[in-house]
Design a protein around this ligand. Structure first.
Ligand code: ADP
Length: 159
């Protein structure tokens, strides 16, 4: 069975993330969405909340959600993952992602990093952009799954 992992902060999950996760699930037997739970990083949603929001947006038996704190390759090894799937947006993602891919490859050569290109409409979509628009009272309907829109609105407005 070929397992892939989709890592990220997902604070919160956006339509851009979801598109990458679903496309990965069409390619691999199982996809594990791995929420980075780095306690030093300030996030809008807790790790448990981010997991719960993701679970509400995904469908399909071959997509699982988990969290991990520490080196991603350690998690990949533990699960026997053959690939780390990342989404690539504008060129600005490239340097950082390429650096990470090379580092992970040297730490764990059995695991490949696979890049899927973002869809045109998601090219400039990020969790931070969603939080910014939301905090300023903008409409986030075209950026996040409908089912979690209200939760994000509430949190961004400090409720
Ligand atoms: P963000 O940059 O939105 O905070 P994360 O750090 O959670 O996102 O990113 C997790 C993964 O999802 C990364 O591989 C990132 O490139 C990818 N990703 C984020 N936003 C998009 C998008 N709009 N389209 C495609 N992939 C994306």
């Amino acid at each position: 069975m070929k397992i892939a992992i989709c890592p990220g902060s997902f604070d919160p999950i956006t339509l851009g993330h979801l598109d990458i996760i679903e496309r990965a699930a069409d390619i691999f037997d199982e996809v594990i969405v791995v929420v980075a739970s780095n306690s030093s990083k300030k996030t809008l949603f807790s790790t448990e909340e981010r997991i719960e929001l993701i679970k509400r947006c995904i469908s399909g038996d071959n997509i699982k959600v988990d969290s991990h704190c520490g080196l991603l390759v350690d998690y990949a090894k533990e699960k026997g993952a053959v690939a780390i799937v990342k989404g690539l947006r504008a060129m600005s993602d490239f340097d950082y992602e390429f650096q990470q891919a090379l580092t992970n490859k040297s730490l764990y050569p059995e695991c490949e990093t696979v890049f899927l290109s973002a869809r045109g409409e998601n090219m400039f979509l990020s969790s931070s952009m969603v939080k910014e628009v939301c905090a300023l009272g903008g409409d986030i309907s075209s950026f996040v799954p409908k089912i979690i829109k209200d939760d994000i609105n509430k949190r961004c407005k400090g409720d």
